[in-house]
Design a binder for this molecule. Structure first.
Ligand SMILES: Nc1ncnc2c1ncn2[C@@H]1O[C@H](COP(=O)(O)OP(=O)(O)OP(=O)(O)O)[C@@H](O)[C@H]1O
Ligand SMILES: Nc1nc2c(ncn2[C@@H]2O[C@H](COP(=O)(O)O)[C@@H](O)[C@H]2O)c(=O)[nH]1
Length: 401
């Protein structure tokens, strides 16, 4: 904690024009209520890193909060606008189309929860993305029931449609398992540190080892435009259900406990002690899976092919053409030279470049009325279109061209 930088105080004294964001050199300040968020910092002459400080007007103190989520890469400048008093939209100058719109969440549900957990100020970064991603699919069930087998079948038949969320685990790799493909195999102390740093969507102690889904694992799949599949235990499914990630939850049951034991033993990957532990835990998981209200669908994996057909049916894939290609979500192509203002739910980016003037489209509108998701993860649902300020007029903002 320290005193406010001089330029913040200057800005606060001069902030009489009603606009909530001001830029000064390499930093921008945005005031929401009693707090002024100072975003930016210097790297070298041409790029700046996006550090965050909070100036509290009530106490006169300036503090560095805990910053969650992957941080935006350095840029050549930035503009900022506050949205609904709970997040700040940042437009990075001179960035690639998929990396120019970011949100700094300062008072969203996720941030409020994290403030309670951490006992200090917290903010969270979330990258903006156009359009919507299909809901992720969470698959749970006792060890050995066939989750992995069913997921492999789905990924093999629909390779361009589904992507697997690669979990972290502290358990040792099995002989055919590859790091980064089946799991990110990690040390317990490393994973505990990453958990503390807010890098995980969920985690649980399963059969004596730590397992967890990192935010990055889910984003890596959804950024490719594919639908994300999570293979996680019931505790993890409960955490995801309570999170801001909207998903479809499927629980897989074995035909009997005897058959489950047969499958676990015939897989031959666990020691006798581990098999007994997994079977013991399976009883609890079966009870919770069928009665917790977490799961939208329960499937019985007796005959594998029949179960797979049922899985496809509930995902709307019966009769689907396997070769259907998905394209990755489009980015946003913004010129480096622009200024930003706000009109209701629309952010207007004025691109006063000669090129765009020639193309007679010099305003880009970001419609933020249908945002979804957010930290931890991407903020989706940005609608982006260009208009001409001369012929379309500002009324044209309501009419995407
Ligand atoms: N319907 C089925 N009938 C017979 N064997 C099956 C069936 N489904 C899966 N199996 C077999 O059961 C074993 C366990 O399956 P799998 O590894 O997919 O389970 P899992 O639920 O992913 O387990 P874990 O949670 O431990 O990762 C495998 O050897 C697999 O071939
Ligand atoms: N809560 C989570 N559970 C996970 C995750 N990844 C896997 N799992 C579950 O662990 C057990 C055991 O898996 P195994 O590979 O050791 O046999 C199984 O039920 C998985 O569903 C995770 O990220 N989070």
């Amino acid at each position: 904690m320290g005193e406010a930088p001089a330029f913040v105080v200057d800005d606060l004294l001069q902030n009489q024009d009603g606009f909530d964001s001001k830029s000064k050199g390499c930093k921008i300040t945005t005031t929401i209520g009693d707090k002024t968020y100072v975003i930016g910092g210097e790297n070298d002459e041409s790029t700046l890193s996006l550090e965050v400080q909070i100036f509290d007007k009530a106490t006169g103190n300036c503090a560095t909060p805990i910053v969650l989520g992957a941080k935006p890469s350095s840029c050549k400048g930035l503009s900022a606008v506050s949205l609904n008093d709970d997040r700040i939209l940042i437009v990075k100058k001179g960035s690639t189309p998929d990396d120019c719109i970011w949100f700094l969440e300062v008072d969203t549900r996720f941030v409020r929860e994290q403030k309670k957990i951490q006992g200090t100020d917290v903010v969270a970064w979330s990258r903006g993305a156009r359009g919507y991603a299909e809901k992720p699919v969470v698959i749970s069930g006792p060890s050995g029931v066939g989750k992995g087998t069913l997921i492999s079948m789905l990924m093999k038949e629909f390779p361009s449609m589904f992507g697997f969320s690669v979990s972290h685990t502290t358990r040792a790799p099995r002989c055919m398992e590859k790091d980064g493909v089946h799991y990110h195999f990690t040390e317990r102390s490393v994973m505990e540190k990453e958990l503390k740093d807010g890098k995980f969507l969920e985690h649980a102690l399963v059969h004596g080892n730590l397992y967890g889904t990192s935010i990055e694992a889910v984003e890596a799949v959804t950024d490719t435009g594919k639908r994300c599949i999570l293979d996680i235990d019931v505790q993890g499914a409960r955490s995801v259900k309570a999170s801001s990630l909207e998903a479809i939850f499927i629980f897989i049951c074995p035909p009997s406990m005897e058959e489950l034991e047969t499958r676990l033993r015939s897989r031959g990957t666990e020691t006798e002690e581990q098999i007994l532990k997994r079977l013991q835990n399976a009883k609890k998981e079966m009870e919770q899976g069928q009665s917790s209200g977490i799961f939208d669908h329960i499937l019985y994996n007796d005959n594998l092919d029949e179960c797979y057909e049922s899985l496809k049916k509930l995902l709307g894939l019966d009769g689907a053409v396997a070769a259907t290609q998905r394209s990755a979500p489009q980015g946003i192509d913004l010129p480096a030279d622009h200024s930003v203002s706000k009109m209701d739910n629309k952010i207007i980016i004025n691109c006063g470049t000669a090129e765009l003037k020639k193309a007679s489209k010099n305003l880009i509108v970001l419609d933020v009325s249908s945002l979804k998701g957010g930290a931890p993860g991407r903020t989706r649902g940005l609608d982006v279109y260009a208009i001409d300020s001369f012929s379309d007029g500002l009324n044209g903002i309501n009419q995407p061209s």
